[in-house]
Design a protein around this ligand. Structure first.
Ligand code: PEP
Ligand code: MG
Length: 653
């Protein structure tokens, strides 16, 4: 076991997104990993637990890892915690650029040498590309006059406002071709917001009121604002300068009655080359034609880099190429993994790039072909491989990873992200959006599973000696109907979509199930009386306490399905706190006692004719999957990143 202390530099600390990203990173290591704040440890593989620690920026924390890759794990996580930009963009997760600096760009293949036509930049998005260059170098915009007559001011203000309204229109309705993903839309919306920001628009309006020509003022304000972002120490903030320049360029061109080179006109495979490309411009490009992207400006946190990662377009940014070199580029090799660009490659360099592209295609295809597959074992048993999600923003990731539905939607985050309890309407909207996103595939939503170890605004938890054995999950919910019933009503409303299932955590007594069912009936009657559309859902339970295992036969008669929560089941069967690194060697799902508990649960389910899923971390364990399937588990729920490999494993059984 090793420990390292570090100061957290993540901006605003480990709030939702950084915590989720850190947990995903931690899950990539075999070792058990804990983050300790002020003596309180949390499992670093659980975003919820990390968030609940409440780690703030500038605080010192301890990282503890135990296992075969403990050193790598700590090195990576310390690096993450020390990165102020961590968590700022989801894109950082999509394909973390291995080399962030130009000097890391070296030849690492024996048959390849760095040549004169090879330039190093920042690795923005992984992969290799070889294609003709499409050079995008719009002429600098120049306003023909600076000052207007006082009498012209009202008309000029009007002209600016109309142009702005027109400019912000397209993203409201039709999103450009390139902007296919949710994330693209979010980025474009951010740019639209920026174009309407008081800081920006207000300054332009004041400039026009001071007798400035609208185009001249727009160019000036955009430049000043971009410069002030550029001067900031933080990489992420510097990258926003590019957004401002992009918005300004388009707005000013419209005001000048000029058109910029039309990126929509790209009609064949190309490497897009630009000095300065904004996300706005990138979104205009028919992305299917873009094989690679090279920018002389920009960084790994640029919005274009994030969009390139989302679309799997290899990208290198910040490449030190002059305008003349850009214009002379006919063909380019982009090595987005190592941050390298080869301008006008010779035959040997082209062949080398083609070999790399073929190897990348093969590696992708090897897992990719499982994306839409409903995996079956060789003897024909179909296994559902579904996603564990903590929020709606993870939906695109899960869908891209081939999730066949959702096996566990943790509703805790919905409650923890806020200063007050979410309302029934707010919850209904979230659950409905989740259900619609996966329809007709099932989504299993877990009712609130939170305990006194970590408070939630709006619920008073007592101080407890042993919070894991205390007032948590369904125990708290049943005692607090004013918290629980709005959630149940929201679930009943979302169930009209047709694919919602609900499961109850921490069941240890038959009576708890019956009381939940009675509350569901009560909520349903209330909705009927109020004339609110709703539908019944299948009700299941999480099997995560020894008590549930030992009464699995009786419980199976009461519910539609079981989902085995091996994270908690392991801790309760082994009497081993899942967050206590000192006793981590006992915390093993593959321990015969835990495996026996899983087998007993499956036997009881089979006898009662209900299905069993498994949604703890162990569901993604490629060594354990064969044993779970053998026992009768028919659904495996895991983080999206593990889905393709798990599907492949099932087909090998
Ligand atoms: C579990 O206990 O296995 C589980 C999936 O739930 P959580 O990790 O949220 O407690
Ligand atoms: Mg649990």
């Amino acid at each position: 076991m090793i420990e390292l202390s570090t100061v957290v530099r993540v901006v605003e600390g480990l709030h939702t997104r950084p915590a989720a990203q850190m947990a995903k990173l931690a899950k990539g290591f075999k070792s058990s990993i804990h983050l300790v704040r002020q003596g309180n440890p949390a499992d670093a593989k659980s975003s919820v637990k990390l968030m609940l620690l409440g780690v703030k920026e500038g605080e010192e924390v301890l990282l503890r890892a135990d296992g075969s890759d403990e050193q790598d794990a700590l090195a990576r996580l310390v690096q993450y915690l020390q990165d102020p930009r961590a968590g700022l963009e989801e894109g950082a997760l999509i394909a973390p650029a291995p080399h962030a600096a130009a000097q890391d760009c070296g030849a690492d293949d024996a048959d390849e040498a760095i040549a004169d036509n090879c330039f190093c930049g920042v690795a923005g998005s992984r992969g290799t590309a070889l294609a003709p260059a499409y050079v995008y170098l719009p002429q600098p915009l120049v306003a023909s006059r600076q000052v207007i007559d006082a009498a012209e001011v009202p008309a000029e203000l009007d002209r600016f406002r109309r142009t702005l309204a027109d400019f912000v229109q397209p993203a409201g309705g039709g999103v450009p071709d390139g902007a296919a993903s949710e994330q693209d839309r979010a980025i474009l919306q951010a740019l639209i917001d920026l174009a309407q920001d008081e800081e920006y628009v207000g300054a332009i309006i004041r400039g026009i009121e001071g007798r400035g020509d609208a185009a001249a003022v727009t160019l000036r304000v955009g430049q000043v604002l971009a410069d002030s972002f550029n001067a900031m120490a933080d990489d992420y903030m510097r990258a926003r300068a590019e957004d401002i320049r992009g918005v300004t360029r388009h707005l000013a061109a419209r005001l000048l009655g000029q058109s910029l080179p039309d990126l929509r006109g790209i009609h064949g495979p190309c490497v897009l080359v630009a000095a300065d490309l904004s996300a706005w411009e990138f979104a205009q490009v028919p992305i299917r034609h873009v094989r690679g992207l090279v920018c002389t400006g920009g960084s790994a946190t640029s919005h274009v880099a994030i969009m390139a990662r989302t679309h799997g377009v290899p990208a290198v940014l910040g490449v030190p190429l002059g305008e003349a070199q850009l214009k002379a580029a006919d063909t380019l090799v982009v090595d987005g993994t190592r941050g390298r660009v080869i301008v006008n490659p010779d035959t040997a360099q082209q062949r080398h790039a083609e070999r790399r592209m073929a190897a990348e295609r093969e590696a992708r295809a090897a897992l990719d072909r499982y994306r839409d597959l409903h995996p079956r074992t060789r003897d024909g048993r179909e296994i559902e491989v579904v996603a564990n999600l903590g929020g709606l923003d993870e939906i695109p990731l899960a869908q891209a990873a081939g999730a066949m539905g959702v096996g566990l939607f943790r509703t805790e985050l919905l409650f923890m992200q806020r200063r007050s309890l979410p309302t029934e309407d707010e919850q209904a909207e979230v659950y409905q959006r989740l259900a619609e996103a996966f329809h007709p595939r099932p989504v299993i939503i877990r009712t609130l599973d939170i305990g006194g170890d970590k408070p939630v605004a709006g619920i008073d938890f007592p101080k407890e000696e042993n919070p894991f054995l205390g007032w948590r999950g369904v125990r708290m919910c049943l005692d607090r109907p004013e918290v629980f019933k709005p959630q149940l009503r929201a679930l009943l409303r979302a169930a009209t979509v047709g694919n919602v299932r609900v499961m109850i955590p921490m069941i240890s007594d038959l009576d708890e199930v019956r009381r939940v069912r009675a509350l569901v009936d009560e909520c349903s009657a209330e909705l009927t009386a109020a004339g609110v559309a709703h539908a019944r859902f299948e009700l299941g339970i999480m099997v995560e306490t020894p008590a549930a295992v030992l009464q699995a036969d009786a419980l199976a008669a009461e519910v539609s399905f079981f989902s085995i929560g091996t994270n908690d089941l392991t801790q309760y069967v082994m009497a081993t706190d899942r967050a206590n690194a000192q006793i981590a060697s006992l915390y093993r799902t593959e321990h015969p006692a835990v495996m026996r508990a899983i087998a007993l649960t499956c036997e009881a389910a089979r006898a009662a004719g209900i299905w069993v899923g498994l949604c703890g971390e162990a569901a993604a364990n490629l060594d354990l999957i064969p044993r779970f399937v053998e026992m009768g588990v028919t659904e495996l729920s895991m983080s999206p990143a593990s889905i393709l490999a798990a599907k492949k494993r099932v087909t090998e059984l």
